[in-house]
Design a protein around this ligand. Sequence first.
Ligand code: NAI
Ligand code: MG
Length: 392
Amino acid sequence: MRTIVSMPGDGIGKIVLPEAIRLLDAAGFKAEYVHGDIGWEFWKKEGNALPQRTIDLLEKHKIGLFGAITSKPKDDAAKELAPELQGKGFVYFSPIIGLRQHFDLDICIRPCQSFKGNPLNFIRKTANGGFEEPIVNTVIFRQNTEGLYGGVEWTNPPAQVRQAFETHPKMKNFAHVPSEELAISTRIVSKKATERIFRAAFEYAKTYGYKSVTVCEKPNVLRETSGMYLKIAKQIAKEYPEIALWDTNIDAQMMWLTKNPEDYGVIVAENMFGDIISDGFSGLIGGLGFACSANIGKDVAVFEPTHGSAPKYENLNPSIVNPIAMFLSACMMLDHIGEKEISTKIKNAIAKVVEEGKVRTYDMMKLRGGENVINQGAATTQQITDAVIANL
Ligand code: NAI
Ligand code: MG
């Protein structure tokens, strides 16, 4: 039997993760769940939102299901520390970023696939004034550890950093700017990590029958980093002659995603571009209530909805949030560990519930979230789970 580390975290993570486990049980997935402490509560109590015992659990069991965490700016975080921990040098750090870094979860997969009948699906006008609803089936591979989010950045860069930059003639444009008026965020990419993300993307395209892999960067301007992405993409593409390699610029891609999103299969991008483009595509298929993701490293993998802890809804009773993003993340976990049959069963059941349209959370009804959505006919979180279970 599998052991899964269950990390609900904060806010609605504590609501949607237990619902996902209820669904996994009903679908016949045999597993044991061990609870992993993570999130705001542990920052306040222990000065660490990602306690070592949770890292140990993941080290041991390798597979994690994660809900969501609450993050706050540094100063606000410091104020909420337990009085006995204040002023002792504790610095808040996002535990999900901590997990990605600690276990080198460098491959982030974000599928954006429309369900038939979802009222939130993207539609577009046809030339003769009608409407069409293209089926979107795009999977974003986002490099999760490097690039613009690699954390190598400074305001008022220290002298040795400044000197290092100034060895390069391109820094001349900034030579007159005093250091204290300078902010630098770097975009560093490495060959190994770039190869890993492309290899994973091509393998995924091959396994799931996608016809193209698109490298979505900006090599005409970001000549070095995007340039390396494109170069490595071309090298690896040679090993997959049956899959077409396309190359788009991030800005043009943002335009094309509302023009012809159905043309794109697998897309690969650096950390920040991948973040942008996956949010863009998720908007076409239902947004945060449907956006699932996987963070995959060499040994450990963590599966999570892309939404956060939505604090304004955490205390609503009954709960109104959409658990489908969490369910789809659990399905990605099943696919990852080879339980494809159960995963397909769950995805088909979700598709039926969405298509029938009888049980819908407030977001699918295009209501403004709040207590009264239930009176307006919206389903509770638990009712969605019940409906999916009934359709297994
Ligand atoms: P959020 O994703 O928590 O919520 C934004 C809005 O999206 C919500 O107010 C709600 O209207 C809607 N929403 C989110 N999930 C939904 C669901 N399952 N069903 C229906 N509607 C849903 O983002 P926000 O408000 O920017 O951040 C809240 C907290 O979450 C912050 O502390 C932030 O740092 C954290 N966060 C954590 C993430 C993570 O755990 N990976 C990711 C994003 C934000
Ligand atoms: Mg984002």
